[in-house]
Design a protein around this ligand. Structure first.
Ligand SMILES: [Zn+2]
Length: 235
C-alpha cells in the first residue's frame, strides 16, 4: 500500500521521497529530519546527520539513510544519525501507535510559537489537525540526549503535533506520508494566520461542528501524498 513499506528497501525509498518533499516545500533545509520504523523490527530508519558528504535533502540517496536502534545507536549506514535523534527514539519508545516522525524548523509555525500565538483551525481542510490545542515544549535546547527526548515525548502526550518553542515542531503519525502532510498543513495554517494578522484582522476560528462535517468529506492522505510526491519530483 502506498506510504506503508513492506521492507527496509521500500522504507529507504519512502524516506528519501519524504526528505525531498519537505525540502522542496521549504519545511527543512540542512536541519530537520524525518524517520520511520523499519517494518518487522525495533529499528528506526532516519535521515543521516548533515555533512559536506550529504548535501541537500532532495538528493539523499535511499542507501545513505541511517539505521539506528531505540537508544539512538547507529546499527547500519555510512553516515551518523542526527544529533537530535533522541526526539525520535523517545517518541517511538513512548508511543507504540507512532510509525513515523517528522521534525522540522519550518518557518511560519516556528514564528507563531515564538510569538506565543496558537495555531488555530482557520482553513477548512487543515483545521482537523488543530481542533485540539497543540502542546508546547518550553525549551529551545537541541534534543541531544535521552532525558530531553523523554521530556519532549511527555509533553507531546497522545497528540499528533508538538511545538518546540524557539526551535520548531514535531509531527507524528502511523505512516510517514501522514506525518509529512500534517507538517505541511500546520505550516499552511500558520502562514494563513500570519497573513490575516498582517491585514490587521483577526482570523475566524472554524467551530467544531464545521470541522467535523468537513472531515467527513474530501480526499484522504493517500491522494494528498500522491500530489506532493508528483509536484516535487523536479526542482
Ligand atoms: Zn531541531
Amino acid at each position: 500500500m502506498i506510504g506503508r513499506p513492506n521492507d527496509l528497501d521500500e522504507a529507504r525509498e519512502l524516506l528519501a521521497v519524504a526528505c525531498r518533499v519537505l525540502f522542496r516545500l521549504g519545511l527543512v533545509d540542512y536541519m530537520g529530519h524525518p524517520s520511520l520504523r523499519i517494518p518487522g523490527s525495533d529499528l528506526i530508519l532516519i535521515k543521516p546527520r548533515h555533512s559536506t558528504r550529504i548535501g541537500a535533502q532532495d538528493a539523499i540517496p535511499p542507501e545513505r539513510m541511517a539505521v539506528i536502534d531505540l537508544d539512538g545507536r547507529l546499527i547500519a549506514g555510512t553516515d551518523p544519525p542526527p544529533g537530535e535523534r533522541f526526539i525520535h527514539t523517545a517518541i517511538y519508545q513512548a508511543r507504540p501507535d507512532v510509525g513515523a516522525i517528522v521534525h522540522t524548523h519550518q518557518p511560519m509555525a516556528t514564528v507563531m510559537g515564538i510569538a506565543g500565538e496558537p495555531i488555530q483551525p482557520i482553513l477548512h481542510v487543515q483545521s482537523e489537525l488543530v481542533s485540539e490545542p497543540i502542546p508546547v515544549w518550553e525549551c529551545a535546547r537541541l534534543v541531544t540526549d535521552a532525558a530531553l527526548g523523554a521530556d519532549l515525548a511527555q509533553t507531546l502526550g497522545t497528540q499528533r503535533i508538538c511545538h518546540l518553542r524557539g526551535h520548531g515542531i514535531v509531527s507524528v503519525a502511523e505512516s510517514l506520508p501522514e506525518a509529512v502532510i500534517n507538517a505541511i498543513h500546520l505550516e499552511q495554517l500558520a502562514e494563513a494566520a500570519w497573513r490575516v494578522r498582517a491585514m490587521g484582522a483577526r482570523p475566524r476560528v472554524i467551530p467544531p461542528d464545521e470541522i467535523e462535517q468537513r472531515a467527513a468529506t474530501g480526499s484522504g492522505w493517500a491522494v494528498r501524498w500522491h500530489y506532493y510526491t508528483e509536484t516535487t519530483d523536479t526542482p
